[in-house]
Write a protein that binds this ligand. Structure first.
Ligand code: ADP
Length: 764
């Protein structure tokens, strides 16, 4: 290996790579002047440049001095051109500070490079992109390397133009193999490009944010100024800040939060004077107060649920069983689109309070919606905001009240909804009850979807016949009929009195009230199928006693209430029940079922000279009027069978009267009683007042089933009836009537009216 001597110039802070130039200037006192002289005089202008002497004593650059120039101030300026890397074998004169530094160097053997041109063109390509991207790299470097075919030179030139980090340049200097350096360069270019891109994106983002913030700030300041001018600053701003906080803290779906932010923005920009401002404000309040993600956790222990229901409600065995079954099925499959429970029965039988108990037992909040009298579906699903005074419908309103998204919602009086041009509330209700659809329930006012699929709906109705047909299909009807007098007495002792005493802060054995007294309250101070009125009367008695105790400051541990003291507490008797009257021609006992329970309904028929017309009095409803017409026409068609003189039938007008005119009477159940009363009048035969009848009649004389059998039978027994004729189709319901009632009455089942006649004729 060839070795030779070279004078040395040490550079600190500057690195000279081969194939690059360097300009240096020394003053006359600098010892490097001697080195330059030595190079020029003895080494054909060759010199060894050693960069970063402290860390690098192995590799230097063989360079040539060009343009050695004496400046007028005495300084020397030279230009050095790097030629190639050489290995430093040894430094000479190191310890002699006055002598120029010299070295012995040897050259490297560089292996031949394959595909040099391909690597160069690849580098060129990358470099071009790099220059395009990074604005501070000069284009001129491209001109320099345009025709370069030597990879080593190529890389050296680019390195000094592209790499700025000194340490890294040193690594290039120390790497002798050009191929290795080319790889390093490619890698550095990639890295650099990436870093630049990240930096640029960051810059852009920061800049945009700054711009946006500035813009918003300026706009807000302007707005504030305008508001101040209008005198509406401050309180609204505080309010907006509060709303902002509330929106931030609200636990709700993302979409709702975005909507809230949007609306708040609108509210902020709207002047207080604009009518829209209030609308937006109300709307924000609604969204803020709905229980989007709030719920209670179900109590799944159905044994416990049953216990709670038993403790709160007397009897209702079948009803409770069906409810437990229903809850069990829901537990197995909460998504099942099964039927919805509908409790059907007269007022005061415990439909609402049972639903409240269910809610308590399964740990759900309870809310009640009444849909009685509703004819506009907007009542249920809200009015659009464009309406003046618009508000959400009852479903959303009740959810707000419930404060959870899985309450038990009781929809009351579904048999009293009306249908008109404003839409059909029943079909709206159907959609709400349908699990497939109610996931996406949307109130017209709220506009955003609210998931109702976790709500437990229970419906109630008084009359099954009046439930809209489409709705009835989706319901599991659970009948709760009225209570007998004995049941009422039991309820009073076991449930109502303890509850009332507790509510008044009294001990359980505070009152002593005997059965007869309670029965008197039931018979003369209430008229109902349920026990609501009974509860009120008992409550009234206890309240009066408590008031007296407090007013007179007396100490009592126990108080007796007998039937005589009722006058004092409850005033005069309010009701008297119909008692059967004496048997008379043309008078027959029908049976009525109203919200007050069952009772006998005497029907009177008379006739007088006329043309066979029908006169009806006694406040009859349309259905009952039709029943009367059918009854008369049936008699006309079958006059012979029932021994009626045809002359009497055609030369007279028939008058049917149902006394107790104050009560509106309707319903399809008086047909056979009307028919029998007409026959009794026209044949001048008495019908025993011990008998009562219920059942509808067709023109052909078939007897159709009726509703409210239990209540009717209870009413009949109270009135002193001994035999009741009922449609055969009602046979099953006899099982629902307590034994203490059925034991005291004889039942005769009929399918055709002629069977009724047989019974009467034979005086059974
Ligand atoms: P509905 O909703 O059927 O009109 P409520 O649920 O309002 O009737 O009942 C009226 C009152 O009667 C309530 O205070 C309730 O507790 C009481 N009540 C009704 N049925 C029963 C029962 N079977 N056992 C105990 N209390 C009852």
């Amino acid at each position: 290996m060839k070795k030779y001597n070279l004078p040395v110039i040490l550079l600190n802070g500057i690195i000279l790579l081969p194939n690059n130039k360097l300009k240096l200037e020394f003053d006359s006192k600098n010892t490097d002047n001697n080195v330059i002289d030595m190079s020029v005089l003895f080494h054909n202008n060759n010199i060894l440049v050693v960069s970063e002497y402290s860390t690098n004593k192995e590799i230097g650059v063989l360079a040539k001095i060009k343009n050695n120039l004496e400046l007028p101030n005495g300084n020397t300026r030279i230009e050095i051109v790097g030629i190639k890397r050489v290995k430093i074998v040894e430094f000479l004169n190191l310890s002699k500070t006055n002598e120029p530094l010299e070295s012995i160097v040897s050259e490297f053997n560089i292996s031949k490079i394959e595909n040099e041109d391909i690597i160069i063109s690849k580098l060129k390509k990358e470099l071009k992109e790099y220059i395009k991207l990074i604005p501070y790299v000069s284009n001129s470097v491209l001109d320099v390397i345009e025709k370069e075919k030597d990879l080593s030179k190529f890389v050296d030139i680019i390195t000094s133009n592209v790499i700025t980090d000194r340490k890294r340049i040193m690594e290039y200097l120390k790497t002798v193999e050009p191929l290795k350096r080319a790889e390093m360069l490619l890698q550095d270019i990639y890295l650099e490009k990436e870093r630049f891109q990240i930096e640029r994106n960051l810059d852009l983002k920061v800049k945009k944010e700054l711009d946006d913030n500035q813009k918003e700030f300026i706009l807000k300041e302007k707005l504030k100024f305008i508001k101040e001018e209008l005198g509406e600053y401050s309180s609204k701003d505080v309010e907006i800040e509060n709303l902002k906080k509330k929106i931030e803290q609200l636990d709700c779906p993302k979409k709702i939060k975005e909507r809230l932010k949007y609306e708040l923005d609108r509210y902020e920009k709207n002047s207080n004077l604009s009518p829209e401002s209030n609308v937006i404000r109300d709307y924000i309040d609604w969204l803020l107060n709905l229980p989007w993600n709030n719920f209670t956790t179900d109590n799944k222990d159905l044994k416990k649920v049953k216990e709670i229901l038993d403790n709160s409600h007397y009897g209702l065995k079948e009803v409770k069983e069906r409810i437990i079954e229903y809850l069990a099925v829901r537990q197995m499959n909460s998504n099942s689109n099964g039927p919805v429970i509908c409790l059907v029965g007269p007022p005061g039988v415990g439909k609402t309070s049972l639903a409240i108990s269910i809610a308590n037992a399964i740990n759900r909040n309870f809310v009640k919606i009444s849909v009685g009298g509703i004819s506009d579906e907007a009542e249920i699903i809200g009015h659009r905001k464009t309406y003046i005074g618009a508000s959400p419908g009852r479903i959303i309103t009740s959810l707000k009240k419930a404060k959870t998204n899985n309450p038990l919602i009781l929809i009351d009086e579904i048999d009293k909804m009306n249908k008109n041009y404003h839409g059909d509330p029943a079909s709206t209700l159907l959609n709400i009850l349908d699990k497939e659809q109610n996931k996406y329930f949307s109130d017209n006012y709220i506009e955003e979807e609210f998931d109702l699929s976790n709500v437990l709906f229970i419906l109630t109705a008084n009359y099954i016949e009046d439930i809209p047909e489409a709705l009835k299909d989706r319901l599991e009807i659970v009948n709760i009929s009225g209570y007998t007098e004995l049941e009422k007495i039991d309820i009073a002792y076991k449930y109502l009195l303890p509850k009332i005493l507790k509510n008044n802060g009294l001990k359980e054995n505070f009152v002593n009230i005997n059965q007869d007294t309670i029965l008197k309250i039931i018979r003369n101070y209430t008229k109902e199928a349920g026990v609501r009125e009974l509860e009120r009367q008992l409550d009234k008695i206890i309240r009066k006693i408590v008031t007296q105790i407090v007013l007179n400051n007396i100490k009592i541990n126990k108080i007796n209430i007998d039937s005589k003291s009722l006058l004092k507490y409850l005033g005069n008797e309010k009701y008297k029940y119909n008692k059967k009257s004496k048997s008379q021609v043309g008078v027959v006992n029908g049976l009525a079922y109203t919200i007050y329970g069952g009772d006998i309904l005497p029907i009177e028929v008379n006739y007088f000279k006329g043309k066979g017309n029908l006169v009806l009095t006694g406040n009859l409803g349309n259905v009952m009027k039709e029943s009367a017409t059918i009854a008369l026409n049936y008699v006309k068609a079958n006059y012979k069978k029932y021994g009626i003189n045809y002359e009497v039938l055609t030369n007279n007008d028939i008058h049917i009267h149902v006394p107790e005119g104050a009560i509106k009477k309707d319903g399809p159940s008086a047909g056979i009683a009307l028919t029998l009363a007409i026959i009794s009048a026209l044949t001048n035969k008495k019908i025993s007042s011990d008998i009562a009848l219920t059942g509808e009649i067709t023109l052909r004389g078939h007897v159709l089933a009726i509703g409210g059998l239990k209540e009717k039978v209870i009413g009949a027994l109270r009135a002193g009836i001994k035999t009741i004729i009922i449609p055969k189709d009602n046979l099953d319901q006899l099982n629902d009537i307590p034994k203490e009632v059925t034991e005291n009455i004889k039942f005769i089942m009929v399918k055709e009216f002629k069977e009724v006649y047989e019974v009467i004729k034979n005086g059974k």
